[in-house]
Design a protein around this ligand. Structure first.
Ligand code: 7PM
Length: 273
């Protein structure tokens, strides 16, 4: 798949490093809120083997308050611009704002990562214009209320139906299907059982014949399983990343890039035999 100027083979396993530029980011306390720190963090993730850097300026943590568009742009765009000048890495932008995505597409964004799957007014049109790949993530509800009472008739079926609907919406907007990446959205309106069923049955989504991206890193489901706080979830995160890759995920979104790259090299080596 072509991500701006960078071509990647998505039959192989890739690591996406999370670069939060939100002051209230739940796992690193906003330490990387300034541009310099963000760039150093990105450089280190690239050196560790990340092929994507996911830049996000909106906290989608359960219950988080919404940030204004201007605030989100001020956080994200300088980072995208600086990264595209210095790094041979795909810059993914974690945003649902059409205006931000439009601006970011002009300064080096290589992938649209929208946790709202282009459902905001104007998002499909902007995404189509950029001609960039798009990750369509499933979420039930909104970040403000999604964990209140996640409820599905059948989570796998409901998420599949959502993917079908969003793929068709993209095609209707002139986006070619081969630019799409799917993500079941671990933790976004899902109970522990939903998340575990999705991880166990991830291969069911192979029927869409599109690359799968997953984010499990440090998430609360891992806290529920291990009883550990966010900062102590590395081993659980690595374990979940390995399971996801073995079940077909090809882009793994994580905070701990160096450790995850090693863990997934083992999976890739095995797949290569
Ligand atoms: C608080 C709680 C802050 C959760 C941030 C988060 C995903 C994503 C996020 C994902 C894709 C996090 C999440 N998660 N994009 N953005 N897939 N495509 O853990 O799972 O970083 S934000």
């Amino acid at each position: 798949m072509q991500f701006g100027s960078i071509q990647l083979d998505l039959d192989r396993v890739h690591v996406m490093g999370v670069l939060n530029v939100t002051p209230d980011s739940f796992s690193d306390g906003g330490r990387f809120a300034t541009l310099d720190n963000a760039l150093m963090q990105a450089e280190s993730m690239f050196q560790s083997g990340a092929t994507f850097i996911d830049v996000g300026g909106e906290s989608t943590r359960p219950g988080a308050k919404e940030v204004s568009l201007q605030e989100e742009m001020d956080r994200v765009l300088p980072v995208v611009e600086a990264l595209s000048e210095t790094q041979e890495v795909v810059i993914s932008v974690d945003s649902s704002s059409p205006q931000l995505l439009h601006e970011a597409s002009k300064i080096g964004m290589g992938l649209i990562n929208d946790v709202r799957a282009l459902q905001r007014e104007g998002a499909l049109e902007v995404a189509s214009e950029t001609q960039l790949p798009i990750c369509l993530m499933h979420m039930q509800g909104s970040p403000q209320c999604m964990q209140e009472n996640p409820n599905y008739k059948n989570a796998i079926d409901d998420i599949s139906t959502f993917f079908e609907e969003r793929i068709q919406a993209c095609i209707g907007a002139g986006i070619s299907k081969d630019k799409l990446i799917l993500d079941p959205g671990f933790g976004f309106g899902k109970t522990l059982t939903h998340n575990l069923m999705l991880l166990k049955q991830l291969t069911v989504f192979e029927r869409f014949d599109l690359p799968l991206l997953v984010g499990l890193s440090r998430k609360s489901m891992l806290g529920q399983i291990t009883g550990k706080e966010v900062a102590e979830r590395l081993a659980a995160s690595l374990s979940s990343s390995v399971i996801a890759a073995m079940n077909g995920a090809r882009i793994i979104r994580v905070h701990d890039v160096e450790e995850t790259v090693d863990a997934l090299k083992v999976v890739q080596a095995m797949l290569d035999v």
